[in-house]
Design a binder for this molecule. Structure first.
Ligand SMILES: *Cc1c(COP(=O)(O)O)cnc(C)c1O
Length: 368
């Protein structure tokens, strides 16, 4: 889908804010720790190519979740190391080798299948994933990990990294976190040799568990200026949201008392009311459950009244405003600010989900 440019709805991404957030987190990390920027899911909705190009001279590499995302970076001319953090379809291995993309080996079964199909793994750079307690992907058994490591290297693959992922690094209770860290240390101790990169930190770990930095961290959420813990733990000062979402009033009308608004006629004006229409809807990522949330016009909160449609929302205005008046959905307008976290609270979800769900229809613009 092409982004819709001939309408006023825009996500504006401050690359400078992303750079500032990176520096801020980097300042708290050990000197030898290198940063890989996590730019999966279109850089959490911020647009992967512009974000990665901007970060290319500021980070050591990029992490993505699948091979297609890695290829998009290579096609955009990104030459830094790229790690695909999840298991890929075996058919993709030759492509990864050709493009110099590092893969993750998460199980012996995957490796046996790859070798069993007669694939040549020569030159396949890989990281090994340790399941230290998240129960998702990775090796649970050390013996299996060690024999897979040997098998992969015998097949010509290059052991480049080992990593794990924490389930609760963003929570106040650190019991499971410490168990996972201990488990990861145990695995490291029995390795014949440590690879180039050892990593365990996502944003939350890098921010709140410095003891797990090792020599590489995988930063996603915090680069975009979000708090990975929601409200539980405090971000260092100076972390700034990178994305704002704005639009404009495209129609404003005064309705008499008792007028119905939108599908299902779920809202009825209580008085003579000014109602404005804004060209953004659930197809853009403003979910239907955002009904009742507010947006900002001239620094004032204006409630979304009536259903969220696919392409439009209707808002109650305190007075008449001209067509073209700015509407802020995420960001600052006058003295008020709305954040992705406010959206998440309204939707009973996490800020990650809110920005990932901003669809391709929303045109992105970049500020340096
Ligand atoms: C997405 C992801 C990250 C980044 O997490 P943030 O909380 O956004 O920093 C790191 N590691 C793995 C394995 C991931 O899947």
């Amino acid at each position: 889908m092409q982004p819709s440019k001939y309408r006023p709805t825009r996500a504006t991404i401050s690359l400078k804010a992303i750079g500032g957030n990176l520096s801020q987190v980097q300042a708290g990390l050990p000197k030898e720790t290198e940063v890989f920027a996590v730019v999966k899911a279109d850089a959490y909705g911020h647009g992967v190519v512009p974000v990665a190009r901007y970060l290319a001279d500021k980070v050591a590499g990029f992490c993505v979740s699948n091979l297609d995302e890695a290829l998009e970076l290579r096609q955009a001319g990104i030459e830094l190391p790229i790690l695909v953090m999840g298991p890929i379809w075996i058919e993709g291995v030759p492509v990864a080798i050709a493009e110099g993309i590092s893969l993750t080996i998460t199980s012996q079964e995957w490796l046996e299948q790859a070798i069993g199909t007669g694939l040549d793994l020569t030159g396949m750079h890989f990281h090994v994933k340790v399941d230290s307690g998240m129960g998702r992907i990775g090796f649970r058994e050390t013996a299996e990990l060690l024999s897979s490591l040997e098998m992969a290297q015998e097949a010509g693959a290059v052991f480049e990294g080992i990593f794990t992922h924490f389930a609760t690094a963003d929570e106040v209770d650190d019991r499971l976190f410490l168990t996972q860290l201990e488990r990861f240390h145990q695995v490291l101790q029995v390795l014949p040799a440590l690879p180039r990169w050892v990593h365990a930190s996502n944003s939350a770990t890098a921010l709140w568990h410095g003891e797990a930095a090792f020599n590489m961290v995988r930063l996603g959420n915090v680069l975009y200026g979000l708090n990975p813990s929601g409200h539980s733990l405090q971000l260092p000062s100076g972390i700034e949201p990178a994305l704002s979402l704005t639009s404009e009033l495209v129609q404003v009308k005064q309705l008499a008392s008792g007028a119905k608004i939108g599908y299902g006629a779920t809202y009825e004006t209580a008085d003579r009311e000014w109602i404005g229409t804004v060209p953004i809807g659930y197809a853009d990522g403003v979910l239907r459950r955002m009904q009742g949330f507010s947006v900002l016009v001239e620094g004032e909160l204006c409630p979304i009244v009536g259903r969220v449609s696919m392409d439009q929302i209707t808002i109650r205005l305190p007075q008449s405003f001209a067509i073209g008046t700015k509407v802020t959905l995420i960001g600052t307008n006058g003295r008020q600010t709305l954040t992705a976290q406010d959206w998440a609270d309204k939707q009973d979800t996490i800020n990650y989900e809110v920005l990932c769900l901003l669809s391709d229809r929303v045109a992105r613009e970049y500020e340096k």
